[in-house]
Design a protein around this ligand. Structure first.
Ligand code: DX5
Ligand code: ZN
Length: 220
């Protein structure tokens, strides 16, 4: 069955522990967006937030690095308690050394692709990753609308993953809402990332429960 990743970028960060507790019963992963003001214009989150979250939840913490030179962050993030790290294929000349470094410090690893980057570019690295994340918005901000161009991209990625018999997660990140979640799952996504779809709702717990029931139904 598919998974729900709660992205805390849209949470009330002054009450982060309470916000995580609201969605936790229906959530599989906590997604932490890390931005450096270079790879994307905003600066957001980082090791101090990961360290604050670590004692609050037993859920895996997944860092989505929207940064240049992601490999310089791995040790600090692992020490803070990060379990899975994804970085952008666009941020590195060759992802393999950084993937090895992330694994070497004890994390599961993933690659993320912007909408403009052909899915073919990640195919040579599928055997080296645990997680592939396809952006469905320009990275940097919560609250944007999902670009439907991500659906054929998910289908293409799903085809390559299945053809190789790999068990890697396929995530969709950006503008995922209750009304497009099923379409993303049908296209092959196994993890739905949502920030405003959860924390922008008047009832985040109910929104998480609704996502979980869509995932359960789609999973048969
Ligand atoms: C954007 C981040 C997303 C963001 C999603 O750069 O990578 O994870 O938090 O926000 P929503 O779900 O509001 O589009
Ligand atoms: Zn993200």
């Amino acid at each position: 069955m598919g998974k729900l990743a709660a992205s805390i970028l849209a949470a009330d960060l002054a009450h982060l522990a309470d916000q995580v507790k609201l969605v936790e019963p229906w959530t599989d992963v906590i997604h932490v967006d890390i931005m450096d003001g270079h790879f994307v214009p905003p600066i957001a989150l980082g090791g101090v937030v990961v360290a604050s979250l670590r004692p609050v939840t037993a859920l895996p913490l997944h860092g989505h690095l929207m940064v240049d030179a992601p490999e310089t962050q791995f040790e600090e993030l692992r020490a803070a308690g990060l379990d899975v790290v994804s970085f952008h294929l666009e941020a590195v000349p060759d992802p393999s050394p950084a993937l090895r470094k992330a694994r070497g410090v004890g994390m599961r690893v993933g690659l993320t692709l912007n909408l403009e980057t052909p899915v073919e570019r990640v195919v040579p690295y599928l055997e080296e990753i645990d997680d592939l994340m396809l952006m469905s918005i320009p990275p940097g901000w919560s609250g944007q609308r999902l670009n439907p161009a991500v659906f054929p991209r998910l289908e293409r990625a799903r085809e390559e993953i299945d053809r190789r018999g790999l068990a890697i997660e396929l995530e969709v990140d950006g503008g995922v809402k209750l009304d497009n979640a099923r379409r993303a799952i049908e296209a092959g996504a196994t993890v739905l990332v949502s920030a405003s779809g959860l924390f922008g709702s008047s009832d985040p717990a109910e929104a998480a429960r609704s996502f979980a029931s869509i995932l359960a139904e789609a999973g048969g």
